[in-house]
Design a protein around this ligand. Structure first.
Ligand code: UTP
Length: 417
């Protein structure tokens, strides 16, 4: 232990991060050991690079940005639809299809105490947790297609235990424990404006999940890709935990990807208005991509085609399908990290717990859509917002439990008509 401690001290001195041991003496033996191990796992060179990155904004002016073509579900003929669906259904029936729910986020905007998937949404007479609503979708599909559809849940170190407990309590929604698997995503330390890594309120390194783009690396590291391959999975649908209308088992989208020979496909909904704060699909330097609302110029956002449709109007709704080969390829390398300035509780150098009222620290996240640029092309399917997109993001207002609850109830009402 002394040896390890000395080694850690030396590393911290080299990188000017000695504050990380400020609480060390107050920790119990087991925690001391954990802290040292946590520090030894940090890639300090990477942290320095990430800190430097916070100083300059990425410039997209050098990129060639163009609209990305899409297929409108409503405009498909009956024959086209049937042809694609037939191809997709075959894949599902043969047990080559899996779904992944990304549930590693912190859900800070919603402010729910516990994993976001355990948040209870009012859906009629009663309230149901988001996980329960998603489980219903998967279970209905397994019945409809008479197939086993394994469900993988990505958690974070912070919420993994509570998430698994929740599923145990619900007996894995009667889907069989062997068909519901969990894997933990990676975390990265948070730093202050001077590049110092923060110490959390328990005296450990302050870490945060590394964004939904961390999924590919996590799937590789946690052996999920290997497991899927052994099960014969070829297509994987990946969506967030907070879209209660996510159509996770979609033969149409799958059939389109197969038919067009693409390794990925994504769903879009039409942007509500040019100013809506959503990322939209586009092509950047000839590769599929998403341009964020913070990057798009007003002029681009307002551009329309000859039919009066927004040229950059296909919102990315975090509902994407990947071929396992694409996941394997993408998982070999890290995706770029983006920084976000957030409020983070920490212990300062005098040993005082600071609860900030304003953002004080950088968190680093990879975005799943940065993976699109690794592909030559992908299919985009425009679907109806009211059928497939009801996000629960904020405690109130837009994309809140209130709006999602209404969308969900309306959808069920229309479906049963
Ligand atoms: P959001 O970007 O909306 O973040 O995630 P969030 O963590 O849920 O909420 P805020 O921003 O803290 O309020 C979109 C989806 O991606 C998942 C989330 O769980 C959600 O399903 N996600 C996000 C992860 O799985 N891991 C991450 O590191 C970040």
């Amino acid at each position: 232990m002394d040896e390890k401690y000395e080694k850690v001290k030396k590393i911290l001195k080299k990188y000017n991060q000695e504050q990380l041991l400020i609480w060390y003496d107050k920790l119990i033996e087991q925690k001391k050991e954990e802290l040292l191990d946590q520090i030894l796992k940090i890639d300090f060179e990477q942290m320095e690079e990430l800190y430097n990155q916070t100083k300059g904004k990425k410039d997209f002016k050098d990129c060639k940005v163009e609209p990305l073509s899409y297929i409108d579900k409503q405009k498909l003929s009956k024959e086209e639809r049937e042809k694609y669906e037939k191809e997709g259904i075959q894949v599902i029936k043969e047990g080559k299809y899996a779904v992944v729910t990304m549930a590693g986020g912190q859900g800070t905007r919603l402010g729910h105490n516990g994993p976001k998937g355990t948040f209870e949404l009012e859906v009629g007479e009663e309230k149901k947790p988001l996980f329960t609503l998603l489980a219903k979708t998967v279970k209905e599909a397994t019945k409809k297609y008479d197939a086993v559809i394994p469900w993988y849940i990505m958690t974070s170190k912070e919420n993994n235990y509570k998430t698994i407990e929740f599923f145990k309590r619900h007996n894995y929604f009667e889907m069989g424990e062997e068909n519901v698997k969990f894997f933990i995503q990676n975390e990265l330390p948070m730093i202050d404006t001077k590049g110092k890594i923060l110490v959390d309120e328990k005296g450990m390194v302050k870490e945060a999940a590394d964004g939904h783009g961390g999924i590919f690396e996590a799937m590789r590291k946690e052996g999920i890709i290997e497991e899927m391959k052994q099960r014969g999975i070829e297509w994987v649908f990946i969506a967030g935990v907070d879209n209660v209308l996510a159509k996770m088992v979609d033969p149409l989208l799958t059939g389109i990807a197969i038919d067009k020979n693409y390794l990925a496909a994504g769903k879009s909904v039409v942007k509500n208005n040019p100013k809506e704060r959503v990322g939209v699909f586009c092509k950047k330097n000839n590769k599929p991509s998403v341009i964020e609302y913070t990057e798009i110029t007003d002029e681009m956002a307002e551009k329309v085609d000859e039919d009066g449709e927004l040229l950059y109007g296909e919102s990315h709704i975090l509902c994407n399908l990947f071929n396992i080969k694409a996941i394997e390829e993408i998982g070999k390398n890290k995706l770029p990290y983006h920084s976000a300035f957030k409020k983070a509780k920490y212990i300062d150098k005098n040993g005082v717990i600071v609860v900030p009222t304003e953002p004080n620290a950088y968190k680093f996240e990879a975005f799943i859509f940065d993976a699109f640029e690794k592909l030559n092309d992908m299919a985009i399917l425009r679907v109806k917002r009211e059928e497939e997109f009801a996000p629960v993001k904020n405690a109130e207002g837009v994309d809140s439990p209130e709006t999602a609850s209404k969308l969900y109830k309306d959808y069920i009402k229309n479906k049963n008509k």
